[in-house]
Design a binder for this molecule. Structure first.
Ligand SMILES: [Fe+2]
Length: 501
C-alpha cells in the first residue's frame, strides 16, 4: 500500500505555517464591548465528545473576543483530524540523531517565521539533580526529610497508555549535596534503578517523559488555562462593572481567555487532537486525567512563594535558580496590584466594603475546585494584592514557563522522550512532526505584557499605576539581561499580557 504520510505531512506542515503567518497581535480594547454575563458550565456540555466533567468552562465566547474566521478554521481542523489527520499507522521512527530529525521536521518555511529550538546546556549531559531546579520541571521537587527530596509522579501510572508504551508513573529520589541535588534512585515500571545501573539512562528518560507530559497536559493546560485561568476571566468579566477600577487592573490579563480556551480545547482535546496523538495516554485516560487533576487542584500552585514553602525547599541551602526567576516576576506583579489598589482604596476597610470586589472574589472562589482562599482574599489590600498579583503571574509567567518555554526542551526527544516504547524504539516520525508543529504554534506572537496599558485606566490614579508597573518590568528586564543567559529563564520581554491563543 502506498504511504499517504508524505502527503499528510506536507498538508499539516502547511497548515502550521499558514496559521503562524496569519496570526495577528491583538489590541486589547477597554471593557464594555460585551456586558452580558458569562456563565461556567462543565466542559463536556460545551464540547460534545470531550467527556471532561469537573473542568468548568465559559458557556460562550464573549462577542468582543470572538473571531468567527479563526473559530471556523478550528472547527474545520477538528473534522480534518478524523478524515485526513497527520498520522498513519507504521510510520518509521524519527532519526536517532535529533539534529537531523529536527533538520527534516522543522522546514525552511517554519524557520523563516521562528528560529529552530536550541539545546539547553543542561541537556548535553542530562542530570536530574540539575534539571530539578534549572528547567521547566522545577515545580515537582518536594522535600521528604533532612537533605532528601523527591519527584512523585507515581499517580500517572494509573492512566492507560497507547499500545507498546511504558506507563508514566515515576518516583525520583534526590539527595542534597550542599547547594545541589543528586538523583539517587528512580522507581517506575522499568524497576528500581540507581546511577550506574545499565537501565539508569532509560529511567532518566522516562522520568523526563513523565515530567514533560504532566507539565504540558496538567500544569500548563489544566492548571493554567482551564481551571484557574478560565475562572479568573469569567469572574473578572462577569462580576465587576465595566467602570470598576479592579476590572481595569485585571482586564489586560483576562481579555481573549474564552476565545483562546475554546480554540485550544478544540485543537488539543478533540478526537484525534494534539494531546492524545502526541503524548502517551489513550483518549479515555487523557480525559480522566483532566477530571482527576481538576478535582485535586490546589491553588497554592498559583503563588510561587507559598508553593515553594509548601514543598519544603526554601531555607535549606538549595540553589533554586528557576524559583528565583519566578519570584522576581511575582514580586513586581504583586507590587503593581498593591500600588494600584492603594491608589483607589484609602485603607483595608474601604476595600472590604466594596461589594463588587466581594462578588468578584466569591465568584472566583466558587469556580475554582477547592477554592482560592490559600492565595489571599479581599478583606485587606495586601491580601487582595497578593491574590491578584499571583493571578497575573499565572496567566503570564506560568503560562510562559510551563508552555512556550518548552520549545527548547521538548524537541530533543533523545534526551527527553515524548513517549517511551517498551521495545526501546524511538517515536514514529509522524508523532515527532506533530510535536514540532504543536510547539511551533505555541510560539505565535501574542499581545505583550511590556506595553503601556494606562489607556485602560479610569483616571490619572490608574494611569500612574500602570506606568509604574511598566517601569518595574523594564528594570527587571535590564537586571536579568545583565545575568548569564539560560534557556529556562523567563524575561519580562518574553511575557504575554494574558494567555490568548
Ligand atoms: Fe497556553
Amino acid at each position: 500500500m502506498v504511504s499517504t504520510w508524505p502527503a499528510r505531512r506536507r498538508f499539516w506542515d502547511r497548515i502550521a505555517v499558514v496559521k503562524y503567518a496569519q496570526a495577528k497581535v491583538v489590541e486589547i480594547p477597554a471593557p464594555g464591548g460585551d456586558e452580558a454575563p458569562v456563565r461556567a458550565v462543565p466542559l463536556a456540555e460545551r464540547f460534545p465528545g470531550i467527556d471532561i466533567h469537573r473542568v468548568l468552562v465559559a458557556d460562550r465566547i464573549p462577542t468582543d473576543e470572538a473571531d468567527p474566521r479563526a473559530q471556523n478554521f478550528y472547527r474545520a481542523l477538528a473534522r480534518l483530524f478524523r478524515v485526513f489527520g497527520p498520522h498513519e499507522p507504521d510510520v518509521p521512527p524519527v532519526p536517532t540523531n535529533r539534529d537531523s530529525a529536527l533538520e527534516h521536521a522543522y522546514t525552511p518555511a517554519h524557520r523563516e517565521l521562528f528560529p529552530a529550538p536550541e539545546l539547553p546546556a543542561e541537556y548535553e549531559d542530562p542530570d536530574l539533580g540539575v534539571l530539578a531546579v534549572a528547567s521547566p520541571y522545577d515545580g515537582y521537587l518536594v522535600a521528604t526529610g533532612e537533605g532528601t527530596f523527591e519527584w512523585d509522579l507515581r499517580s500517572l501510572a494509573e492512566y492507560e497508555v497507547h499500545p507498546g508504551l511504558v506507563r508514566l508513573g515515576v518516583r525520583v529520589e534526590f539527595a542534597q549535596d550542599g547547594p545541589r541535588l543528586r538523583a539517587t534512585a528512580i522507581e517506575s515500571d522499568l524497576g528500581r534503578q540507581v546511577p550506574g545501573d545499565a537501565g539508569w539512562e532509560r529511567a532518566v528518560g522516562l522520568a523526563l517523559c513523565a515530567a514533560t507530559t504532566h507539565t504540558s497536559l496538567v500544569r500548563h493546560y489544566n492548571w493554567v488555562h482551564l481551571v484557574p485561568g478560565a475562572a479568573f476571566a469569567i469572574a473578572t468579566r462577569s462580576a465587576l462593572p465595566t467602570d470598576h477600577p479592579v476590572k481595569r487592573l485585571l482586564w489586560p490579563h483576562i481579555f481573549r481567555t474564552q476565545f483562546s480556551n475554546w480554540v485550544t480545547t478544540v485543537g488539543q482535546l478533540s478526537v484525534g487532537g494534539d494531546f492524545e496523538s502526541i503524548f502517551s495516554f489513550t483518549r479515555p485516560a487523557l480525559l480522566r486525567l483532566y477530571d482527576d487533576t481538576a478535582g485535586a487542584f490546589d491553588a497554592t500552585v498559583v503563588d510561587p512563594l507559598r508553593d515553594a514553602e509548601k514543598r519544603g525547599i526554601l531555607g535549606v541551602g538549595l540553589d533554586l535558580p528557576v524559583l528565583a526567576n519566578s519570584l522576581a516576576h511575582h514580586e513586581v506583579m504583586c507590587a503593581h496590584a498593591e500600588r494600584y489598589l492603594r491608589a483607589y482604596y484609602p485603607d483595608d476597610g474601604a476595600l472590604a466594603a466594596d461589594e463588587d470586589v466581594r462578588r468578584w472574589y466569591e465568584s472566583l472562589d466558587g469556580l475554582v475546585p477547592n477554592g482560592v482562599g490559600v492565595l489571599g482574599d479581599v478583606s485587606g489590600i495586601e491580601s487582595a494584592a497578593r491574590l491578584m498579583g499571583s493571578l497575573i503571574h499565572l496567566v503570564s509567567y506560568q503560562h510562559e514557563a510551563r508552555g512556550t518555554l518548552l520549545w527548547n526542551y521538548q524537541m530533543w526527544t533523545d534526551v527527553q522522550p515524548i513517549r517511551v516504547y517498551e521495545n526501546g524504539q524511538d517515536e514514529p516520525a509522524d508523532v515527532y512532526q506533530r510535536l514540532v508543529n504543536a510547539n511551533f504554534g505555541l510560539n505565535i506572537r501574542r499581545t505583550p505584557m511590556m506595553r503601556d496599558y494606562s489607556y485602560l485606566a479610569l483616571d490619572q490614579r490608574g494611569r500612574a499605576a500602570f506606568r509604574s508597573y511598566l517601569a518595574d518590568l523594564l528594570a527587571l528586564q535590564t537586571r536579568l539581561e545583565a545575568e548569564p543567559r539560560a534557556l529556562w529563564k523567563v524575561y519580562p520581554e518574553m511575557l504575554e499580557a494574558n494567555m490568548n491563543g
